[in-house]
Design a protein around this ligand. Structure first.
Ligand SMILES: NC(=O)C1=CN([C@@H]2O[C@H](COP(=O)(O)OP(=O)(O)OC[C@H]3O[C@@H](n4cnc5c(N)ncnc54)[C@H](OP(=O)(O)O)[C@@H]3O)[C@@H](O)[C@H]2O)C=CC1
Ligand SMILES: N[C@@H](CC(=O)OP(=O)(O)O)C(=O)O
Length: 341
């Protein structure tokens, strides 16, 4: 079996660290591994399943001889470096949003549009994490009844803002527990512990933030639904890891609750946890603690949208998923595996 030289850019961050674990779990055929980050991290030694690897500064020359780049750094790094990596013969699977809406860059959730990945011209984009978590369970319902409108509220974990976001929430919770004064926030615009922050990203369109518009704009591209209408509200919550979402869908055709449940129960990447009468809370509905550090999107609270006058055309559900895994690292490694197949 062919083995590949793989480079992770942003290898010291939340997503990059998870990518390393996902490469091993998904048995990706790694021949050699390069770990790249900012000059701050150069020289650090990381113990990996493929031996000890010294972190190098991400620079164009670092991509010489690399087959596959997994990108886990911000947009500016992606824009500066990945075209250079492609010029040197690598294929890049990027987690930033630098290229997601570019016409010649496939935007891929393997459970939905795996075939698009094979049309790449060197760069494939991994969608926004909240978008992946909302669309994986929406897709099987769309296949049944044709989704035309989505209303979504997200409850996004602190680690969506990377290692600094996670550290800030942990520090604030520690201070609260010890009765100490909480330092001024830096990763977020306001204190997150014991609070909710109803803004993720800057203003993008008529009072909607950039994060909120991703659900519509990326969703249209991934599902090949140019007329899909999405109304999304994104909120940062004091949870360390795993995003949650309330999703209401309106369909072109009738869909019964039984059909919706059956489709969700058998959909790839989805686990249905929906029993209000179950003895254990973990079996009643999905919670972010349950979905942390695993790859499935858990779906529950499946019910009719009783505000929809067309009784058979509206479904509401709740879902949770680990955004560092399926929302980023797991999805990226799945895409890289499609390339090898
Ligand atoms: N966290 C999440 O839930 C998700 C994140 N993403 C996306 O993934 C990407 C990474 O996010 P995340 O892991 O959370 O962020 P982190 O802040 O945790 O990590 C950022 C990484 O980028 C590296 N980096 C910083 N500057 C440079 C540079 N100049 N050259 C090379 N590498 C650099 C950092 O290296 P160093 O340690 O040396 O500073 C670090 O490895 C972002 O584009 C983000 O939008 C996507 C989906 C979900
Ligand atoms: N913005 C997301 C995480 C993320 O990095 O998204 P994107 O890759 O679209 O910038 C969050 O804060 O939860």
């Amino acid at each position: 079996m062919k083995k590949y030289v793989v480079a992770i850019v942003g290898a010291t961050g939340a997503v990059g660290t998870q990518m390393l674990a996902c490469l091993e779990e998904q048995q990706f055929p790694v021949g050699a591994l390069k770990l790249l980050a900012s000059p701050r991290s150069a020289g650090k030694v990381v113990s990996t399943p493929w031996g000890e690897v010294t972190v190098e500064t991400a620079a164009p020359e670092a991509f010489d001889g690399v087959d596959i780049v997994l990108g886990a750094a911000e947009d500016d790094v992606a824009k500066a470096l990945y075209p250079e990596a492609v010029r040197r013969g690598a294929v890049v699977v990027d987690n930033s949003h630098a290229f997601r809406l570019d016409e010649d860059v496939p935007l891929v959730i393997p459970e939905i549009n795996a075939a698009d990945a094979l049309q790449h011209k060197g760069i494939i984009a991994n969608p926004n994490c909240a978008t992946i978590i909302g669309l994986v369970p929406t897709w099987p319902l769309h296949q049944l009844a044709g989704v035309k409108r989505m209303i979504v509220s997200t409850y996004q974990a602190a680690s969506g803002a990377g290692v600094p976001g996670m550290r800030e929430l942990e520090e604030q919770i520690g201070c609260m527990g010890r009765g100490e004064e909480i330092p001024a926030p830096a990763a977020f615009a306001a204190q997150l512990a014991s609070n909710l922050i109803p803004q993720i990203g800057g203003e993008k369109y008529q009072g909607f933030t950039s994060e909120e518009m991703k659900m519509q704009n990326e969703g249209r591209k991934i599902m090949h639904l140019p007329d899909l209408r999405v109304n999304c509200t994104c909120v940062r919550v004091p949870v360390l890891r795993s995003h949650s979402e309330s999703v209401t869908l309106e369909f072109e055709r009738d869909i019964t609750l039984e059909q919706a449940r059956e489709a969700l129960a058998s959909a790839p990447g989805v686990k249905l946890v929906d029993d209000l009468a179950a003895e254990s809370a973990h079996d009643r509905w999905p919670m972010p603690l349950d979905t942390t550090d695993q790859d499935l999107i858990w779906v529950g609270r499946v019910r009719r949208d009783i505000s929809n006058p067309d009784a058979l055309r509206g479904i509401t559900f709740w879902c949770c998923g680990d955004q560092i895994r399926k929302g980023a690292a797991t999805n990226a490694v799945q895409i890289a595996k499609l390339l090898c197949e």
